[in-house]
Write a protein that binds this ligand. Structure first.
Ligand code: SF4
Length: 567
């Protein structure tokens, strides 16, 4: 064990509040792994929630593991050690189960790197009886786990809050025999055991069939939490070293009913379930009593929470300040803007997603330019100095005019923003955060082709050129090549596993692995798919009907692309 790495772990633990330390004697040991940095993982409420639920089980000890950074990897190699848990600094190989929490497809490579660094065979089929069981949960697990499926003993499909207890009970009953344990799991709703499915391909390379072996369900159904009030989703461990470490995060509910056609979260977390003000109020009081000063409300669309006004009063009555990550421009009210301003918000974030009203209608984010400009007025009326906006390029039906309209909209927003606030303070900065559209499974745009990195780069140039003459505007964007990787991992099938394995073995050098891979990335990403093509995620059921998605896909191409009413 490296003393340098141990010291680093101890200093992270020192800064934490709420860490769970449990004795290992006779318990089932679960390593909960976030395949990214500590700062990112500790800001993930899903990860924190499962950590708390697992540790609430008396016969389980759950400890956290994060992706080692480049210097840590070198130190692991120098000292011939393997990744270890934060709480007890035990090597990953000491655990009975390793559970990855994955919210971003790009982290698949990191997950495999961690297994590789621990000397655990990557493919489930190659693992030995003494190796830990490897599983995965998180939103990627119920979007499309196929590219990473060959590496997983099982996958938790859906909301895991209720399921963790059932999984542990099954393990306790059958832990001596992996195959018998997996038999038991195939009978649990929301559990997918990849090795119990055979996949075949047609002559043209498309997916032909996915056949369940005896005992496994033909369709794996997502587990859905029935009573959201019964399970609080709140950070278990607080640390100043997390991205949102300065506030207590609280989930107000699950799902969103708006039905934007590009949005995975809006589809797979359905039906919309809001926590009651009473249930949230109890948690807020508890947090206030613990000395928390700032609360960050989290959810697919927080400003749509139906009792937001009441909730704001509860937050303020408890002497706390409020934070919200992103708002819909059409649900920003005077009251909400005032509360955010009182909570010390220096930047408000809205997501127009497209430069023209036409494209916004096509993607079903039907907010008008005037609603966006009215949000700018509210920002200034309440003295909030900065505005951040999210746009997405490469969406279906997008034209050059739609892209050129983004800088034009920025100019019109600036005209409304560049006024002194009530205290005479000038406006600060308008940020355009531009992401590349990746067609996600379970959305009406799942049949759309990914635009391709070169086309996206050109669109980015158009936007940057367009804002060059505007002061107070900053453009942030990801590299379109990263979006191309995400498209491959979000839309690929099991054949993409070879690329993932090569990327992990090459220490995460995915560009090199992609060049050397004998698969065809474009086949999975930029190829348009027919409505009747079998999709890699068709053997799952997440509560979204394919016929409904197809209807929405066709409506998006209607001349006026009018939204069909809020879903
Ligand atoms: S408002 Fe649209 S983009 Fe936002 S969470 Fe809901 S469906 Fe997704």
């Amino acid at each position: 064990m490296s003393w340098t790495l141990k010291k680093k772990a101890l200093s992270l633990l020192d800064a934490e509040q709420g860490t769970v330390h449990k004795d290992w004697g006779g318990k089932i040991a679960v390593a909960l792994v976030y395949p990214n940095s500590y700062a990112v993982g500790m800001s993930n409420l899903g990860f924190q929630t499962i950590y708390r639920h697992l540790n609430e089980l008396p016969d389980v000890v759950c400890e956290r593991v994060f992706l080692p950074d480049a210097a840590d990897v070198a130190e692991l190699a120098r000292t011939r050690s393997v990744p270890f848990s934060l709480e007890s600094q035990r090597p990953l190989t000491d655990f009975h189960m390793i559970g990855f929490s994955v919210t971003y497809e790009g982290d698949y490579i990191n997950a495999l790197r961690i297994l590789d660094l621990a000397g655990i065979p990557l493919r489930a089929a190659a693992r030995r009886p003494h190796d830990p069981l490897v599983l995965m949960g998180g939103v990627c697990a119920f979007s499309n786990p196929e590219p990473i499926a060959p590496f997983m003993d099982f996958v938790v499909v859906g909301e895991g809050e209720e399921l963790v207890g059932e999984l542990i009970a099954a393990y306790r009953e059958r832990y001596r025999d992996r195959s018998s344990f997996l038999d038991l799991l195939t009978g649990l709703e929301g559990v997918y055991v990849p090795e119990r499915y055979d996949v075949s391909y047609a002559a043209d390379g498309t997916l032909a069939e996915v056949t369940a072996r005896a005992g496994a369900p033909g369709i794996v159904t997502k587990r859905r939490l029935k009573d959201v009030n019964a399970f609080r989703t709140i950070a278990a461990v607080k640390t100043p070293n997390a991205e949102y470490g300065h506030m207590a995060l609280l989930e107000v509910g699950k799902g969103c009913g708006r039905g934007c056609r590009f949005c995975l979260e809006g589809q797979v977390y359905r039906p919309v379930r809001h926590r009651s003000v009473a249930a949230l109020g109890d948690t807020i009081k508890e947090l206030a009593a613990q000395g928390e000063k700032r609360i960050g409300l989290v959810g697919a669309c927080v400003s749509d929470y139906p009792w937001i006004g009441e909730l704001l009063k509860v937050v303020e009555a408890n002497g706390m300040e409020l934070s919200i990550s992103s708002l819909r421009a059409d649900s920003l009210t005077d009251e909400l803007a005032a509360s955010l301003a009182r909570g010390g918000h220096r930047t408000l974030t809205i997501a127009p997603e497209a430069g023209t009203e036409r494209l916004r209608r096509a993607i079903r984010k039907a907010i008008t330019d005037e609603q966006i400009l009215a949000a700018c007025d509210l920002v200034r009326a309440h003295g909030i100095p900065n505005l951040k906006t999210y746009f997405m390029i490469g969406q279906p039906t997008e034209t050059d005019e739609d892209v050129e309209a983004i800088p034009d909209l920025a100019r019109r927003m600036l005209e409304r923003l560049r006024v002194l606030d009530a205290k005479g303070h000038p406006f600060g900065r308008l940020t355009l955060s531009i992401s590349s559209f990746v067609p996600k499974p379970w959305t009406p745009f799942q049949w759309a082709p990914f635009a391709g990195a070169d086309a996206l780069s050109k669109k980015l140039e158009t936007i940057k050129r367009g804002v060059r003459s505007l002061s107070n505007v900053r453009v942030l964007h990801e590299n379109p090549r990263e979006a191309a990787l995400q498209a491959l991992l979000a839309r690929g099938d099991r054949r993409v596993a070879d690329f993932l394995e090569a990327a992990a073995r090459q220490g995460g050098e995915w560009r090199r692995a992609l060049r050397e891979w004998d698969g065809d990335a474009d086949f999975h990403t930029t190829r348009p798919r027919a409505l009747d093509e079998r999709l890699p995620w068709d053997h799952f059921e997440v509560g979204v009907k394919k016929a409904g998605l197809a209807r929405e896909w066709e409506r998006a191409h209607a001349p006026d692309a009018a939204p069909a009413g809020v879903a």
